[in-house]
Design a protein around this ligand. Structure first.
Ligand SMILES: *Cc1c(COP(=O)(O)O)cnc(C)c1O
Length: 497
């Protein structure tokens, strides 16, 4: 029997895994959730002798039940290969009393590579299974990181094209350079005169344009999305936490059955939700520690039961967590509401209309495994500096938020349970903020001088992703008005009349 996925906003809308991956979002803005979380079928000690790919298969096969063994193994082996700069794919390092799970060894040195390197294969396999003949066109608006990770994942994947829009003056120079130097015959990158919201709005408009869909279909194309609400991005993330546990077991750091805690630097709530799914599958995880930066809407939510996005949007040194609507939280709300789509839809309507909703005490009770806290900009910088001075290990700003929150949790609870902290980006991706945290005098140096200095301090080789952009030629230089995004897409696909 296949595991069925249901929409969080309509009890009657269902899909198989491959249909949910193809569709991305359910109708009426709902998210697909598995009707139940499967239990692991392989013991933790058996899993502890497997490599990352082996564990990935044992986890993902339980969620993607309409994929054959051959299909799923093909996806896993194609994604988790030499694109990663360490053979283990993900690595656990023990520093200052916690285990840092380095998820940034992929092509764009941020953890989004982990899911976005497999999504193209899951998507093309899903298209084949559902007899989709069209070429899949991935359309993405990005504020920086997602765009590059999606480009790297989809570059030269047969049967796909990818078009990324970014705000021309709204991303960092390194982020822009990473995108406009992207290779691959099926990739397009376009700057727009406008901000991220304009890019996002333009993309959403194209997704819901029925006439455009028909025109595309005539020409043999259809849109799909690489957004983090796609279960094709969520399911691969569950693997991190199963893999962490069994790696600690293999290293003799824990005994089988011993509880661990996990800390996740959180933005859209995808990564930490995956950790909670791992717990439900049977991984002994006690606390799920949700770390926020100064955009602490999730901390306030766990404290009060009220989710309220009516507040100032703060630009921080951990930009991938600068977010006021954590989309994947909806999946937890739905679950805590007894998997009742009508109840969930009412909360989401409140969020849409008033920017806020309050859950019931009973629902809060079901979330007591979660602990939320946040780190200020000052606390984040202090965490980087102190870790460096104590151990020589250099963390990126997002990981530092998690590290600082872990310290707060430890001080408040005295809970000495062994802890895994998700390390979501390489310090080389946020070099300036990281180096300034160590010594503000570094701010006078250029970005590439700072890269070399970071290498000297940390003894960690400069990643290929950074070496590449030092000298790579610009391959994409199109810039358009925000009103002309659809015209640009048609031009790329050769359907402009
Ligand atoms: C996207 C991102 C996050 C937030 O992850 P979510 O799954 O959205 O909560 C944290 N750190 C980095 C570096 C990211 O790119």
């Amino acid at each position: 029997m296949d595991l069925i996925y249901k929409s969080t906003r309509n009890n009657n809308e269902t899909a198989t895994a491959s249909e949910a991956i193809l569709k991305g979002l359910a109708n009426e803005g709902g998210l697909f959730v598995p009707e139940r979380i499967p239990k692991l079928e392989t013991s933790l000690s058996e899993l502890s002798s497997m490599d990352y790919r082996g564990v990935a298969y044992e986890v993902m096969k339980l969620f993607l039940t309409d994929f054959t063994e051959e299909e799923l193994k093909h996806c896993i082996n194609s994604a988790y290969d030499k694109k990663f700069d360490i053979p283990e794919i993900a690595r656990l390092v023990k520093e200052d009393g916690a285990h840092y799970l380095e998820l940034f060894h992929g092509a764009t040195i941020a953890f989004k590579d982990m899911a976005l390197s497999i999504l193209p294969y899951l998507l093309t396999t899903s298209a084949r299974k559902n007899h989709v003949k069209n070429e899949i066109v991935i359309l993405t608006a990005t504020s920086g990181d997602t765009g590059k990770a999606a480009l790297a994942g989809f570059a030269d994947v047969p049967g796909t094209r990818i078009i990324v829009f970014y705000p021309k003056n709204g991303v960092s120079p390194i982020q822009e350079k990473q995108m406009v130097t992207q290779r691959g015959d099926n990739t397009s990158v376009i700057g727009i005169h406008g901000n991220f919201d304009d890019a996002q709005t333009g993309v959403k408009k194209m997704f819901s344009d029925a006439a455009l869909a028909e025109e595309m279909n005539q020409a043999g194309f259809q849109f799909s999305s690489a957004n983090s609400i796609n279960i094709g991005r969520l399911v691969p993330q569950i693997v991190y936490y199963v893999y962490s546990y069994v790696t600690l077991l293999a290293k003799g750091e824990i005994t089988e059955g011993e509880n661990i805690n996990v800390v996740v630097p959180t933005g859209n709530f995808g990564n930490i939700l995956a950790a909670s799914y791992a717990k439900e599958m049977g991984v002994p995880i006690a606390k799920l520690i949700c770390a926020s930066n100064e955009n602490k809407v999730l901390y306030d939510f766990f404290e009060t039961g009220c989710y309220d996005k009516n507040r100032e949007f703060i630009l921080t040194s951990s930009p991938s967590m600068d977010i006021l609507i954590s989309s994947n939280l909806e999946r937890l709300i739905y679950q805590a509401a007894g998997r009742d789509a009508d109840k969930n839809r009412a909360f989401m309507a409140d969020l849409n209309e008033k920017g806020a909703y309050t859950i019931t005490d009973d629902m809060r009770n079901q979330m007591k495994d979660f602990y939320g806290n946040y780190a200020s900009e000052e606390e984040t910088a202090k965490a980087i500096k102190e870790m460096y001075e104590k151990t020589g290990y250099i963390m990126d700003t997002h990981t530092a938020v998690a590290s600082a929150v872990y310290k707060k949790y430890l001080a408040a609870s005295g809970d000495e349970t062994k802890t895994v902290i998700a390390s979501t980006a390489s310090p080389y991706k946020f070099t300036r903020s990281v180096m300034n945290a160590i010594d503000p005098a570094y701010d006078k140096q250029t970005d590439f001088e700072l890269v070399d200095e970071l290498c000297r301090l940390s003894g960690v080789k400069v990643p290929q992703a950074i070496e590449d952009i030092r000298s790579a030629p610009v391959l994409h230089d199109t810039v358009c008005e925000k009103e002309d995004m659809c015209r640009e897409v048609k031009k790329i696909l050769g359907i402009l009349k």
